[in-house]
Design a protein around this ligand. Structure first.
Ligand code: THU
Length: 136
């Protein structure tokens, strides 16, 4: 697997757009995500926080939800955009949700200042429990 996706620049621009709509009044930690589906379409998500805190949903999971509701079942790449000093990796829960639709998914984390990290999901979530464990 090549770690520089041919559509990386487009995905980064999309994740940056999503970042602009983040709803993060509690943490102030804005996140935008863009997932590329097998069809070639790109879906966006931002984090949506909640006054209960616990009902907060991360940008990546909202992007996955947007893809799934559009009928997608296979995801190729996920780009996470923040304006923080360190490239933001997907949280553990998001890694698990990404695995459901993208066992071969490439994760790219980007900062506004241009830091980029790239890793296959299989590296970020080794020895994962997934659909195959349930015979799917
Ligand atoms: N967050 C994301 O949206 N994605 C990540 O990968 C890490 C964390 C959000 C959740 C919460 O709104 C804020 O960032 C701080 O945790």
């Amino acid at each position: 697997m090549t770690l520089v996706h041919p559509r990386e620049a487009e995905l980064i621009a999309a994740a940056q757009r999503a970042h602009g709509n983040a709803y993060a009044p509690y943490s102030g930690f804005w996140v935008g995500a863009a997932v590329l589906a097998e069809s070639g379409a790109i879906y966006l998500g931002c984090n949506v926080e909640n006054a209960t805190y616990g009902a907060t949903v991360c940008a990546e999971r909202n992007a996955v939800g947007a893809a799934v509701v559009a009928g997608e079942r296979r995801l190729e790449a996920c780009v996470v955009f923040t304006k923080h000093s360190r490239a933001t990796p997907p949280c553990g829960v998001c890694r698990q949700v990404l695995l459901e639709f993208g066992p071969d998914l490439l994760v790219v984390s980007v900062t506004a200042s241009g830091l980029v990290t790239r890793a296959p999901l299989s590296e970020l979530l080794p020895s994962a429990f997934g659909p195959s464990d349930l015979g799917k």
